[in-house]
Design a protein around this ligand. Structure first.
Ligand code: ATP
Length: 469
């Protein structure tokens, strides 16, 4: 996609300077000498980014920014401010600028801020598209997804759901196995009957047997009444046997007999009872490995695995994270004092970077607690659980150097020097003198970081962490 940037400045020398740097980065650059012309160009063509000066005749950069935000033109805006004028920078950020740059622009810093703003905008656009899709066609029963992998699963459910074959669902914990089983039930004519689920892993053999098949009165101590088991409850419907990989060899043999005969016997009963149940089994274990290891009967495995549905872990379909997260925001919003509308950039980055060992369930819980904690309509990184967005153990001032300038507008130049020195000291200590990591943290290029270290006479070697072991 062409990344088009519009520069707006009444001084030709600034326009040329920006064009020269940005074109070598592969951006398509157009220029306007005043705000009115810029606005006309923006209404005619799509630009990803506007870099505008503040002081211009006719229409100031500030008015241009306000108009763009009022008209909701989807474009990133970076404002050029006079060097050191942090209060002006702050005012523009409040009015909706994505970032600001002090004049004269340092080329490295310009490249970085431009790339970052375009990426951030792209993410916001993606989020708003996703929100639209949420109300559209990307849901299947109670599941939402937009990954190709899950679309295949939805197609498969559509295809095999109406059949009566036994189905084995494999997937890590929290990947949505139960939802898939419910969807399989819902697309079958058996939806008129019951959907019954049982987690086989939590019961010992005798309890499991009585849960599955029921028992007759007096069949064992404590069996005061006849009990109808899950098979009978699911007659005419669907039975989900969850965590099937965890049942004992004795139970495997009993289950196999039921599948072969289509009849059950209540514990303590003598007569076989015919049941018409569609079996769906689910497990987080790789059953073929269990068979190979001799822990699971091969004949039962093949009976269950007539059709196999494999659910991918969330880390292998990260494109689902924004959609699922927004879906859970909507789901849990009703409990929140202020309805949450979105995630800020850093929060979404944290969600995308986390590995989600607990998969969709873990994501849902994280979003649920963030919705409850968020103070306004936006979820920030710190609203997320620490396991998802670890807090830095250091006392670093913020994610980037630019934040110091934005948040401390009262600083004089002298003070900025002191703060900068202290900032780099702390960042260097945090990253053991590693310039590349310091650069990433502070949003500067490596060269700029090295220059700062020279400027403040900071020696990298002093900050090297001692080797452990
Ligand atoms: N695609 C999805 N869209 C919306 N919600 C989902 C999706 N997948 C899973 N969930 C939600 O995630 C949670 C876990 O799903 P589910 O219980 O189906 O997983 P599971 O694989 O059966 O978990 P376990 O193995 O621990 O039993 C549920 O709250 C479910 O609503």
């Amino acid at each position: 996609m062409t990344r088009r940037i519009l520069t707006v400045d009444d001084q030709k020398i600034t326009r040329d300077h920006l064009r020269q740097i940005l074109e070598t980065e592969g951006y398509e650059v157009e220029a306007a000498a005043d705000g009115v012309t810029a606005l006309e160009m923006l209404r005619e063509k799509t630009f990803q980014l506007v870099i505008t000066d503040l002081r211009m005749p006719d229409m100031s950069g500030f008015e241009l920014l306000s108009t763009l935000r009022k008209e909701r033109v989807p474009v990133g805006v970076i404002v050029l401010t006079a060097y050191g004028d942090t209060s002006e920078a702050l005012r523009t950020m409040k009015a909706g600028a994505d970032d600001f740059l002090s004049k004269p622009c340092d080329a490295d810093h310009l490249r970085l801020v431009v790339a970052r703003t375009i990426e951030r905008r792209r993410l916001f656009d993606e989020l708003s598209q996703l929100r639209n899709q949420l109300r559209g066609s990307y849901s299947f029963h109670t599941m939402v997804s937009q990954s190709a992998k899950m679309r295949k699963v939805f197609d498969l459910i559509q295809h095999v759901g109406p059949l009566d074959s036994t189905i084995l669902i494999h997937g890590e914990t929290g990947t949505g196995k139960e939802l898939v089983a419910q969807a399989l039930h819902a697309v079958n004519t058996r939806r008129k009957g019951s959907f019954v689920a049982l987690n086989c892993a939590v019961l010992n053999d005798s309890l499991l047997e009585s849960e599955l098949f029921g028992h007759e009165r007096g069949s064992f101590t404590g069996a005061e009444k006849r009990k109808i088991g899950r098979f009978e409850k699911a007659d005419g419907g669907t039975l989900l046997l969850d965590e099937i990989g965890d049942i004992s060899p004795a139970m495997q043999a009993k289950l196999l007999r039921v599948l072969q005969s289509g009849t059950i016997e209540r514990v303590g009963g003598t007569d076989p009872i015919k049941v018409d149940v569609r079996i769906i089994a689910a497990t987080h274990k790789r059953l073929e490995d269990e068979v190979r290891a001799g822990r699971f009967r091969a004949d039962l495995y093949y009976r269950l695995k007539v059709i196999l549905i494999d659910l991918p872990p969330l880390r292998d379909r990260k494109e689902d994270i924004p959609l699922l997260a927004l879906n859970f925001v909507e789901k849990h919003n009703s409990a929140a004092a202020t309805p949450v509308a979105e995630f800020d950039w850093a929060a979404m980055q944290a969600l995308l970077q986390h590995q989600w060992p607990g998969n969709v369930r873990e994501l849902e819980n994280a979003v649920k607690s963030a919705v409850a904690l968020a103070e306004g309509s936006v979820i920030h990184r710190d609203d997320l659980p620490e396991t998802v967005a670890p807090r830095s153990t250091s006392r670093l001032p913020g994610p980037s150097l630019i934040d110091i300038e934005t948040h401390l507008p009262e600083l004089t130049e002298d003070l900025i020097g002191q703060v900068e020195r202290e900032y780099f000291q702390r960042v260097l200590a945090e990253y053991g003198g590693n310039v590349a990591r310091c650069a990433r943290h502070s949003g500067l290029s490596r060269r700029s970081v090295t220059q700062k270290l020279q400027k403040y006479s900071l020696e990298r070697a002093t900050f090297k962490k001692p080797r452990v072991g």
